[in-house]
Design a protein around this ligand. Sequence first.
Ligand SMILES: Nc1ncnc2c1ncn2[C@@H]1O[C@H](COP(=O)(O)OP(=O)(O)O)[C@@H](O)[C@H]1O
Ligand SMILES: [Mg+2]
Length: 239
Amino acid sequence: MSEIALQAVELVRRIEGDVAHTLVNGIDLSVKKGEFLAITGPSGSGKSSLLYLLGLLDAPSEGEVIICGEPTSKLSESERADVRLTKCGFVFQFHFLLPEFTSLDNVLLPMRAAGKMSEPEMRERGLSLLGSLGLGEHANKRPNQLSGGQRQRVAIARALANRPEIIVADEPTGALDTVSTQQVFKILRDIADQGQTVVVVTHDPALAARADRRIHIVDGKIAESTGQGGGEAVCEMAT
Ligand SMILES: Nc1ncnc2c1ncn2[C@@H]1O[C@H](COP(=O)(O)OP(=O)(O)O)[C@@H](O)[C@H]1O
Ligand SMILES: [Mg+2]
């Protein structure tokens, strides 16, 4: 059986308050190493909430997220932060690059936080990542000197900095033009083909079609799953 990179077990995320609200309502999911999974669904269906749980940016009310075989629900906050920093890379709709930093310095941030490489090693990796994403000429520019597509590629380089097993991306092409959208999707596809696991929320059916598998979320539940992956059902309709 293929190696499972990411697993969600009966995942629930509830918001307590005057009106309790269930954002994620019992999700079971296995994502294989090197799989490219697209998550689709209407606005407000819980896609971002699910992604934040999968990437350890948020903690579930119930259930478990297992990253590379390691259950995370009982980890301390600092242990979770360490798993998040080294095993998960994030790309959002808006790049969230630091405006006063160059592209290279933005890419170095997660490496500095992890503290596992020397300064020359980090710079070499940062430059090599930027080069591989077609940004070799832009390493010393700041975000406001770059186009939207270039900024998003810097954000992808930053997400890849610590060689995470899992890349999660929340509508990474939502603010991009068609050409940049295609570039970003090809990059994510290549990342998966090279063995990292990619989970992308997207509204674009053409992009979702290029994933290995698609899950459609409605009201915090998997309503439909199509394509290969996860090791079990190839096509299943949830009840
Ligand atoms: N922190 C929060 N407190 C209350 N409601 C929230 C919170 N985060 C998200 N929601 C609500 O939960 C639902 C799911 O949100 P979200 O996961 O962002 O959906 P999607 O990404 O599919 O658009 C939405 O109705 C949203 O308004
Ligand atoms: Mg969202």
